[in-house]
Design a protein around this ligand. Structure first.
Ligand SMILES: Cc1ncc(COP(=O)(O)O)c(C=O)c1O
Length: 399
């Protein structure tokens, strides 16, 4: 039986997470924002918290550091809660790119590996970081092919290689089963943390971002997880990672615990936003978020089958819920003009991911079932009417 808008409204009425939507700034109800997997929405609490931190700066001046000094580990412990890691193992600092650079070098300084490895479909920055480190250290980098729909499998991981993989593939949304891979893999959790439970007990190392499902804002710092942080030393030896930081005459000695991965002065305003964004996710509970995300991606896929399949779309994401994360890629030869038409003519915000994917992200904290229904309905309508052929097809700088 065909799905109807009433079905979607009924699911929203039964949704236990529905009240969380009110905690976010939503200025335009007609705009369907399905891009929380690139940049999450602004939590109302973040706006208030940032004002408080700015006021604290104004009134306490340098004295504020007594509170701010703990911000990277305090935010890290909140991220740890969301990824199922122990307190003291996770640090919020720097971008994902820089964290990966620090982590790979720190591991190579402590352990011997014959080569580095990642998969061809991994996010570009992960590949670029590994290329640079391989060049600098004279190591081989193996970039192996994977099934683009299913992502990397345990058998693909080369022996003797320090391997970096994404938990959820940025294009297809394929979800890896961390516990089936060697513990030594470095996981990029950017597309999973906040939407998918992470089995931190099965991994030793991870990095990830906070601006997608964790709603920390544009350019917010990422995080780094090391199960046993005292076994590694960061390659960027800065004074914030120094034991007894304010005894300045002493030679460098790494601080105990995950703090040693800090380099320079952390961005305090950003960290306040990270704490707020991540706290909402922790409050909602990752299992409840995952349940809703599966139901909503199921709905999206069912609507694809109902309407889009006959219009030349194919599903670029695994159908089985346990094999996918929280975004769905709809493949079409005219994906770029379709994305532009969605934004300009239909008020639906997707991502375009080349060569041919319209990527739609479900952020279960605030996406409604009816948003999914309406977005696919508008997509169907514009492709049926050929509206995507009327838009300017110049590729823009950000897609
Ligand atoms: C999977 C993945 N890894 C890494 C990054 C890049 O992170 P950053 O820009 O914080 O270095 C992104 C950005 O979208 C990403 O999706």
């Amino acid at each position: 039986m065909a799905l109807t808008r009433e079905d979607a409204l009924r699911l929203d009425a039964q949704d236990p997470l529905a009240p969380f939507r009110d905690r976010f700034v939503i200025e335009d109800e007609h705009k369907l924002y399905l891009d929380g997997n690139s940049l999450g929405r602004l939590p109302k609490g973040t706006r208030e918290r940032l004002h408080r931190v700015i006021d604290q700066w104004g009134s306490e001046l340098v004295g504020g550091w007594h509170d701010w000094i703990e911000a990277p580990t305090r935010a890290g412990d909140t991220v740890a809660e969301v990824i199922g890691a122990a307190p003291g193992t996770t640090l919020v600092a720097d971008s994902v790119t820089v964290n990966l650079f620090k982590l790979v070098n720190a591991i190579l300084d402590a352990q011997s590996y014959a080569k580095l490895a990642t998969d061809q479909d991994n996010f570009p920055t992960d590949r670029y970081v590994l290329e640079g480190i391989a060049r600098a250290r004279g190591l081989e980098l193996e970039i192996f092919e994977v099934d683009p729909l299913l992502g990397p499998q345990p058998a693909d991981v080369p022996e003797d290689a320090l391997t970096v993989l994404s938990h959820v593939a940025y294009r297809s949304g394929a979800l890896a089963d961390i516990s089936a891979f060697p513990e030594s893999v470095i996981w990029d959790l950017s597309h999973s943390a906040g939407a998918v439970p992470v089995n931190a007990s099965a991994m030793r190392y991870a990095v990830g971002c906070t601006y997608k499902y964790l709603n920390a804002g544009p350019g917010a710092t990422g995080y780094l997880y090391v199960r046993e942080p005292d076994t590694l030393v960061t390659p960027i030896q800065g004074w914030f990672g120094q034991a007894r930081q304010f005894e300045m005459e002493r030679p460098y000695e790494p601080a105990p615990g995950i703090t040693r991965f800090l380099a320079g002065t952390p961005p305090i305003l950003v960290l306040a936003a990270v704490e707020e964004g991540v706290r909402i996710t922790a409050e909602a509970g990752i299992d409840a978020l995952r349940e809703k995300s599966i139901a909503q991606t199921d709905l999206l896929i069912a609507l694809h089958d109902q309407w889009l399949d006959p219009l030349g779309f194919t599903l670029g994401t695994p159908r089985e819920p346990h094999l996918r994360g929280s975004h769905v890629s709809l493949r079409h030869p005219e994906a770029w003009p379709i994305c532009k038409a969605l934004i300009e003519r239909a008020d639906v915000i997707p991502d375009f991911r080349g060569p041919d994917s319209v990527r739609l992200g479900i952020a279960p904290l605030y996406t409604r079932y009816v948003d999914v229904y309406d977005a696919i309905d508008r997509l169907r309508d514009l492709v049926e009417r050929g509206v995507h052929r009327e838009v300017d097809q110049t590729v823009s700088r950000v897609t």
